[in-house]
Ligand binder design. Structure first.
Ligand SMILES: *Cc1c(COP(=O)(O)O)cnc(C)c1O
Length: 366
């Protein structure tokens, strides 16, 4: 049994793809636009840009937020390397802050890491868990730095937000951030094969990111240029080949219909693990997260991995502290809690193919 595994509604996807293939248009087209509208409706985020990956979304977000003055981005070492690579792609410098018991950034450590040169904070919701995200939102506002959400694991996570002073409601995570990035990569909660979404709060930045996601081609001049084959467009600045396509968008539109039900099932399976793993130290989530991962702490990880593998169960580590890698080693030792947790975390199988019997058996092997 794999640790992560997508469930595709194969027949439905193939039916939905047929007219797209027959139309002769599989590039960035009406299905991308439809997915952007559907994602904005689903999340309540005003501007959605469908792109080729969450990594591309993170890079574009940081690129358009740059102010030509501040060059540092406070980030987590406990993440998939693409979070921190994206900071480097944008020509910025990652400054590693430490995490708390949720494996997400600790607001105190972020506060200490923010300085006059800080442009933004990137918050990663590990496993779909918002951790102390709302405290980070407040902190970023107080300190005058941008907040970028790496919501790669967070499709479907709701957080409790204050509306009109004294009453709260559960809303999709991301509205509070200057940019929210989501992944629809093949093992994430809304799997396509590879694609992602960039939701920028400000419309002007969103429009610029849209052009930059397609080589920097100015779409207003593209729309104006005449004829069936449009060539008379302008390219005011360099962009990248980060545009989404109608094949991925079609898969995403089918998947989105199932996201809430799938996430509810993930939470049920997590609750079942909880019931079996009474004495085992584990990462807890608040209600209404996407439950992308089920993570425990184990004293001897090699030993546990060997036992699970022997019994046919995959498991994973999300993640090794990035400062252990040669390219980020200059920051080694700066985040002791992340380093310690990184040595003991283990992700157990969590996806729609996990059975109750498997959970009971896995529990006996820890
Ligand atoms: C998967 C992932 C990404 C990158 O997503 P892609 O769509 O594969 O580029 C970024 N951050 C985290 C935490 C991830 O798990």
């Amino acid at each position: 049994m794999q640790v992560l595994r997508p469930t595709y509604r194969t027949d439905e996807i193939i039916e939905a793809l047929r007219p797209v293939l027959d139309s002769g248009w599989t590039g960035t087209g009406p299905k991308c636009a439809e997915m952007e509208r559907a994602w904005s409706d689903y999340t309540g985020l005003p501007h959605s840009l469908f792109v080729s990956s969450c990594t591309a979304a993170l890079h574009l977000a940081l690129h358009v937020l740059r102010d030509g003055r501040r060059t540092e981005v406070v980030t987590s070492p406990l993440t998939f390397v693409s979070t921190n690579h994206a900071i480097r792609y944008a020509g910025l410098t990652p400054v590693f802050a430490d995490v708390d018991e949720s494996l997400c950034l600790n607001p105190q450590s972020v506060d200490d890491a923010i300085g006059p040169n800080t442009l933004a904070v990137v918050f990663v919701g590990i496993g779909g868990n918002p951790g102390r995200y709302m405290d980070i939102v407040r902190l970023c506002r107080e300190r005058g730095v941008y907040l970028v959400l790496d919501g790669a694991h967070m499709a479907g996570t709701r957080v409790e937000t204050m509306v009109d002073g004294n009453h709260t409601e559960w809303a999709h995570v991301g509205r509070e951030a200057d940019a929210a990035c989501f992944s629809f990569q093949s093992v994430k909660n809304l799997p396509t094969a590879d694609s992602g979404m960039l939701c920028l709060r400000h419309e002007a930045l969103h429009m610029r990111a849209r052009d930059l996601s397609w080589m920097g081609i100015d779409r207003s001049t593209f729309a104006r240029s005449s004829g069936a084959y449009k060539w008379g467009y302008d390219v005011p600045e360099m962009g990248w080949k980060y545009n989404g396509n109608d094949i991925m968008a079609t898969m995403a539109l089918v998947g989105l219909r199932y996201l809430d039900a799938d996430n509810a099932r993930r939470r049920e399976l997590a609750a079942l693990y909880d019931a079996h793993l009474d004495g085992v130290e584990r990462i807890t989530h608040p209600p209404n997260t996407s439950r992308h991962l089920y993570q425990v702490f184990v004293p001897n990880r090699e030993h546990t991995i060997a036992r699970l593998t022997e019994a046919g169960y995959g498991c994973g580590v999300h993640y090794r502290a990035n400062t252990e890698y040669p390219m980020y080693k200059w920051s080694r030792g700066a985040t002791p809690i992340a380093d310690a947790m990184s040595r003991h975390i283990l992700s157990l199988p969590l996806h729609l193919g996990v059975t109750e019997a498997a959970i009971a058996e896995i529990a006996t092997l820890l």
